[in-house]
Design a protein around this ligand. Sequence first.
Ligand SMILES: Cc1cc2nc3c(=O)[nH]c(=O)nc-3n(C[C@H](O)[C@H](O)[C@H](O)COP(=O)(O)OP(=O)(O)OC[C@H]3O[C@@H](n4cnc5c(N)ncnc54)[C@H](O)[C@@H]3O)c2cc1C
Length: 461
Amino acid sequence: MNMRAEDQRVAQRGLLRAASLQHVTNKNLHQTDRANLSVALRALLFYLKDDTAVSPTLGGRKAALETLANIKPEAYERSRNYLSGDITRLSAYLRHGVLTLAEVRDYALQQVADPARAGKLVNEFAWRDYWQRLYVELGEGIWQDREPYKTGFTAKNYAETLPEDIATGTTTLTCMDSFSADLCATGYLHNHGRLWFASYIVHWRRTRWQVGARWFLQHLIDGDPASNNLSWQWVASTFSSQPYIFNRENLQRYTDDTYCSRCPHATAGTCPFDRDYESLEQTLFPQLHRRADSNTAPTPPAPYAEPAVRDGKPTAQGKALLWHHTDSLNPAAPQVLAHGDAPAVFVWDTGWLIPNRISLKRVQFIAECLAEMPGIIDLRVGEPADQLLAAAHASGSDYILAQRTPDPRLNAAADQVSRTVPVVWVDPPPFVESNRGFDLKRFSRYWKRAQFAAMQLTRHA
Ligand SMILES: Cc1cc2nc3c(=O)[nH]c(=O)nc-3n(C[C@H](O)[C@H](O)[C@H](O)COP(=O)(O)OP(=O)(O)OC[C@H]3O[C@@H](n4cnc5c(N)ncnc54)[C@H](O)[C@@H]3O)c2cc1C
């Protein structure tokens, strides 16, 4: 992604400040409480200077394990669609690799007498696995419409900027304004809230899904291009057979009337969601019946760029540099346990953080995860490839060891680095495996093949 001139200036100012903070490691992050940590991060990453919101979700494996200990797989199935339901709140930990999908699945299965009673929760974990597998195939193609809209409109009919009243939470619709405020203040929305909000943005306000997806990624502490963008595409109908819409009755039921009871539109009779589905479809998608080409073939996936270095036994010899990145903040990961004494590095990637305005909430969550990692991690600021090479050079390392990631930016950095220093990937434990591979065209096809393995405990070698 090209940086705008203003972004480049901000990056340079941030880098200058970072350069003045010498020898910043994860141990510096330990010595401070949450408020002090925010101040330090805002000084380090200059673009955050006016950002003050901190997520109530604490980063790190200790907090992750406490959250895991509280999950209720059986109650989840009954109540997960309600905003007050027994959802797990595991997403930020899974997204940053603090917990693996395999270990949370194993834990969930161990909490029930009959595995079927954890079935719905395991099925939701599988959605994450499914999106991640598609991300490996698509790379940056995850930002393209996978298929045409099935709304009677084409992409050109959708706005390319986020309406101001949505970003500022001033639409006067109590539900949508509350979702906007919660997203910006906490970095979290319940899955149903995300669905309603995304549907409102794409279908009621006719805005491109990419615009909403980018805004979500800026704020969500579990912000993940795979789960996020592909869910937006599912709502928009560019990766599903029909658009996702909802009505007031649905929202009112699953929010226990929290919003409608105090919404001016509910009493004035001007709620735009207060219709049956048929009339909503006619209003939102008036041209649908004229749609000519509903069977257009899906866009073929972009070719998957092979990482420069393949996994298996490290071909590289000598001293390792552990590279911790945003997908691998797990102090119990095998490569971390096996190389506890090795020098380690984490790069605050300015080419990702600044253009995407990644919020303090997310940055702080990551910092809190880093604070709990063992050993001393050299915290650098800048472009990952440059910083990795500098860290390898400074520590006299012969190769870089990292957990495999679908993230195209991180893979591009690794490709670049591996021309000089070998990069060896370690795979996290798989959620499911199949010798025949998986059909990723739709979740239902993937799940048909994955289901049996997904419902089993991980077999340890
Ligand atoms: C528009 C939109 C954007 C989203 N953006 C993200 C995102 O950036 N990052 C992210 O992790 N999830 C995203 N999701 C998926 C889902 O909403 C969140 O994972 C979930 O709400 C997180 O809360 P939880 O951990 O309490 O989930 P629970 O309901 O308790 O589910 C348990 C776990 O299963 C996985 N999961 C559940 N539902 C989904 C799903 N639909 N897709 C993928 N994984 C799922 C998550 O890892 C989650 O932590 C998005 C969904 C929508 C509709």
